[in-house]
Write a protein that binds this ligand. Structure first.
Ligand code: SME
Length: 165
């Protein structure tokens, strides 16, 4: 798996210029800071939103047969604070124990709408000992914005979070 300083690519957007590596370096520091879990997951959501095409970022915990929203950062709150494991893109990632990328949410019948502007979504499960314990959910206002770097980058974040959640 890649790590800090390996993601490269620099992007410029409405939020200014930012690189995956800058964000990864700050995430690495806070995730391994020894701070309380809620403080860490709040920071992770805020920090990930610095990437221009990450419009809304949330972290859900797996709690029995449901996903429960633990932290989020974005323009507005979601009504989906609890999602049954059998529902949504969020449920699919946990059930499949794999990253799910939906390039166009209008084309995926599993999609549960939260925000009118969302065009695409990536959900990455956070796995410990082969079982999903939480997940990172990112909505984008852009169509088909998530490429291989995003997949590797968010999977790296999930891998790091698994060590402290
Ligand atoms: N769209 C998600 C629901 C969660 S919101 O995006 C915050 C889904 O289909 O599971």
């Amino acid at each position: 798996m890649k790590g800090v300083g390996k993601f490269g690519e620099v992007m410029a957007g409405e939020k200014g210029k930012v690189s995956y590596d800058e964000v990864a370096a700050r995430l690495d520091k806070i995730i391994h800071s020894g701070s309380q879990r809620k403080a860490i997951t709040d920071f992770v959501c805020r920090e990930l939103r610095k990437i221009p095409h990450y419009t809304w970022v949330g972290i859900y915990n797996v709690d029995g047969s449901e996903l429960v929203l633990a932290s989020w950062s974005g323009p507005s709150s979601t009504q989906h604070t609890r999602i049954p494991l059998g529902q949504g893109i969020c449920g699919a990632a946990v059930t499949e124990k794999a990253t799910v990328i939906v390039p166009d949410v209008t084309e995926d019948p599993r999609y549960l709408q939260c925000f009118i502007n969302t065009r695409a979504e990536i959900v990455v499960p956070i796995m410990r000992d082969g079982a999903p314990i939480a997940e990172v959910d990112i909505d984008s206002d852009q169509l088909n914005p998530f490429g291989p770097t995003d997949k590797e980058f968010v999977e790296w974040v999930a891998h790091e979070l698994a060590t402290i959640l």
